[in-house]
Ligand binder design. Structure first.
Ligand code: CP3
Length: 344
């Protein structure tokens, strides 16, 4: 039997001498090879739906850096598109979608279990990757959490404060809850299909969890992620789940148990030593390094990387950034971060 992959060992709660490493948005515009393949595909969405090229960009950072995990190249907004929303990307600005703010618009969406054919190229990408990845590299599949996906479906774009989604939640709870349920069911379907195609770990991105206040945080961030996790665990009990309630602050404490997740991803808004004391005792943690260090590099990158590795040395830890790497990052800084973790 081969030794279990390091990412799976950390997710199972093992404390390793050196944390395994991967990076959010590791396949992305900071890499010249990514930009070349995206140009070959035509545009970002064509790249997502082209299994050969999507697998190629997933593999690029593995070849260049030897990360311990690969994350499927796709996007959280493919689920709304599969549900029937129009989706396009405006260069330099970000995503645009047709909006859902009424029962009539909700009624036009397809049922959650009818998204399969639309998303089949993604499952094909997973199949290619499970054949082509090095045997020591873990394949992570993902989806957006219902709240984060709903914020884009309601506003039709990214928003600084998720105002339109909060407004619909407060003005028409029936439509809002029905939309959340539809996304939750579709996400369970989508993630199950990724697992069946060969993904070994699932990550749920709740990028806008931090704007949910009071009881809304438990109800609309934690609870839908818990529903997805328990549905996946029922069918696939051995597939670890990483949950990312970004911006949770002190509400990161207790998140493992509340969601039923094997690992909690942490943004850069909390201190690593606080995480070691209050979150890591419940299971594996991942994240925390400010993405901007990948732009600025130097001594600050080295000392912050070391500080996080030291703080989290006593428990299960996967090294990662607090959010995605940005297009202006220097690929050499990524290598410096990896060397620092592996020699810390
Ligand atoms: O490498 C990876 O991490 C895997 C692929 C991945 C992408 N998006 C590719 C992508 C993953 C896991 C995502 C998740 C995602 N997508 C999230 C959650 C994580 C987060 O960042 O908070 C969100 C909110 C989205 C929605 C989305 N997709 C936005 C807001 C944007 C535009 C912003 C931007 O960075 O341009 C995207 C586009 C996107 N998704 C790109 C990539 C590589 C850039 C598109 C390009 O190549 O032009």
């Amino acid at each position: 039997m081969t030794a279990k992959k390091t990412v799976l060992r950390a997710l199972a709660g093992e404390v390793l001498p050196t944390p395994p490493i991967w990076m959010m948005r590791q396949a992305g515009r900071y890499l010249p090879e990514y930009r070349a393949t995206r140009a070959q595909a035509g545009d970002f969405l064509s790249l997502c739906y082209n299994p050969e090229l999507a697998a190629e960009v997933t593999l690029q950072p593995i070849r260049r850096y030897g990360f311990n995990a690969a994350i499927l190249f796709a996007d959280i907004l493919l689920v709304p598109q599969a549900l029937g929303a129009d989706l396009w990307f405006v260069t330099g600005e970000g995503p645009r979608l047709s909006t859902i703010t009424s029962q009539a618009e909700l009624d036009k969406l397809v049922p959650a279990d009818a998204i399969h054919d639309h998303l089949s190229p993604i499952y094909e990408t997973v199949k290619i990757l499970s054949r082509e990845l090095p045997s020591e590299t873990t394949l992570i599949g993902f989806a957006g959490a219902p709240w984060t996906v709903a914020t884009y479906m309601i506003a039709g774009r990214g928003t600084p404060d998720q105002g339109p989604a909060h407004a619909l939640k407060d003005a028409d709870r029936v439509v809002f809850d029905a939309l959340m349920d539809r996304i939750t069911e579709a996400t369970i379907h989508y993630m199950s299909a990724q697992i069946e195609a060969g993904a070994e770990v699932m990550k749920i991105f709740d990028s806008w969890a931090g704007s949910l206040q009071g009881a809304d945080f438990a109800q609309y961030s934690i609870k839908p992620m818990q529903r997805i996790t328990s549905a996946l665990k029922e069918k696939h009990p051995h597939v670890p789940i990483i949950a990312f309630p970004r911006g949770a602050g002190e509400r990161y404490q207790g998140a493992h148990a509340a969601i039923g997740a094997d690992c909690i991803a942490i943004d850069d808004g909390v201190d690593a030593s606080w995480v070691a004391q209050h979150v890591q005792p419940d299971g594996c943690v991942q994240g925390n390094l400010k993405s901007s260090h990948m732009v600025t590099g130097g001594e600050a990158l080295v000392s912050e990387t070391r500080r996080i590795v030291e703080a989290l040395r006593g428990g299960p830890h996967i090294f990662n950034l607090g959010h995605g790497i940005t297009p202006d990052a220097d690929p050499e800084n990524v290598q410096l971060m990896i060397d620092t973790v592996r020699n810390a």
